[in-house]
Design a binder for this molecule. Structure first.
Ligand code: GAL
Length: 431
């Protein structure tokens, strides 16, 4: 078991981190085009949060194909900036509640989509699935995650992996760390070595959500896939020695993060790894798309491994596009869904986005230029253990997710690990 060596130091680092968060967080709306209010039949308004490095490139590639194939239809990109949709989801909720839906929006397969379905916001897509042959093209388990009472409600465009440890090989070498840490104990030792032997930040984080993201990988790495998956059953017991141990490791890792970064998003943490300002970052594989955009050389400028303790498990999530009830331009929305559902659309989008296709008939050749994606696709096709990402909507709906985020935010202020544990337990009791 990993001990807690420097609580005082960690506390100082985290309180500065929090101060920066309070000062720096801003909400940027990147709604472009005409959007609300303007009425034109020949348009489609698509809502997402893909505005930053790596993500925007994937979306833009899809938009280009859409415009070629749908001449005369104006594409209205209603993306709202902010990694993992922290800002976008709040804006979307407001629009859905006031019956002002976009023509299609990006959601996550799993529990978060169920929230929208149960609220009556989404139209079923059964006929579309039949016409497009999607029941054959998509893995059955994934179709289960987008279904409700025997109907399907969204179109998955990809599979992302959440549990990836990205690292800078030169910084590890300087620290005398010979290989990527395989266990959480190895990770803590490596963080300590980076701390004492180099000037680099041992573990880069960004805005608060990246800490939620880090937490899920540490829970998985410490508990293993079965116990991790069991945490998300409503009423699950989080008051266990195993969860407490995982949280102690989380605290230890947090004590090796940088002082001020909350005004930054995930791209900034990835960039720090690429530039050697940081040794490690635990982030989803959208980082692979961003590293490509930075023209970073894989396995030289940066490298990767499963986040410690999670080898063999794919902590997955899937971006999935919807047809909202009352979408103003349904015909064009269906044309958009046809593009994201198809092999061509998925193979244009995913290599840039840093994800593998949701469809099972993808051509691996399209992913062979990226050593990361080639390996990820192979591992996915080999049938790894699966764990759902909580932060990216698979295992819990919005209420539970927000409760965890609130608890993590409080922890970042007060460093009270017992309180965090209690709040996580309580969040699990009220589903
Ligand atoms: C996830 C989303 C990914 C990526 C990431 C960072 O929630 O599924 O596609 O956008 O956030 O923004």
């Amino acid at each position: 078991m990993v001990g807690i060596d420097h609580p005082g130091r960690g506390m100082l680092m985290r309180s500065r981190w929090w101060a920066a968060a309070a000062a720096g967080l801003s909400l940027t709306l990147v709604a472009s085009g005409c959007g609300n209010g303007e009425d034109s039949d020949a348009q489609v308004e698509v809502f997402s949060w893909w505005t930053g490095g790596g993500e925007e490139a994937g979306l833009n590639a899809l938009i280009e194909v859409f415009e070629e194939e749908n001449e005369g239809v104006e594409f209205v990109n209603a993306a709202v900036a902010g990694g993992s949709g922290t800002n976008a989801q709040a804006v979307l909720e407001g629009r859905l509640q006031s019956q002002d839906p976009p023509d299609s929006f990006q959601g996550h397969a799993g529990a978060s989509l169920q929230d929208y379905i149960e609220a009556g916001y989404l139209a079923p897509l059964d006929d579309f699935f039949d016409e497009q042959g999607l029941h054959d093209a998509l893995p059955e388990q994934l179709v289960d995650q987008i279904s409700y009472e025997d109907s399907v409600y969204s179109v998955p465009v990809n599979i992302h992996r959440s549990n990836v440890l990205w690292f800078n090989p030169s910084v590890l070498e300087e620290a005398g760390v010979d290989e990527a840490p395989e266990t959480l104990e190895d990770l803590v030792q490596a963080l300590e070595a980076v701390d004492s032997e180099t000037d680099a930040i041992p573990m880069a984080v960004g805005a608060q959500w990246t800490v939620d993201h880090l937490l899920e990988s540490i829970l998985l790495g410490s508990l293993g896939p079965d116990a991790y998956n069991a945490l998300w059953e409503p009423g699950a017991d989080w008051n266990t020695p195993e969860v407490t141990e995982a949280l102690e490791i989380f605290e230890e890792v947090m004590s090796h993060t940088q002082e001020e970064s909350a005004a930054e998003d995930w791209q900034e943490a990835s960039r720090r790894v690429f530039e050697g300002e940081a040794a490690f970052n635990i982030m989803g594989d959208w980082a692979a798309g961003y590293f490509d955009e930075l023209e970073a050389v894989p396995e030289e400028d940066y490298d990767w491994a499963p986040s410690p303790g999670t080898d063999g498990t794919y902590m997955w999530l899937s971006d999935s596009f919807t047809l909202p009830e009352g979408a103003p331009h349904e015909e064009q929305a269906l044309a958009w869904l046809e593009l994201v559902a198809g092999q061509e659309g998925q193979d244009v989008f995913n290599p840039l986005k840093g994800s593998i296709p949701a469809r099972e008939d993808a051509d691996p050749e399209n992913y062979a230029d990226s050593p990361y994606l080639e390996a990820a696709l192979q591992e996915w096709q080999d049938g790894p253990e699966l764990a759902g990402s909580f932060w990216h909507g698979v295992t819990v709906g919005n209420r539970w997710k927000n409760d965890i985020d609130t608890a993590v935010g409080l922890y970042l202020q007060n460093q009270d690990l017992d309180e965090l544990n209690t709040a996580l337990h309580e969040a699990a009791q009220t589903e």
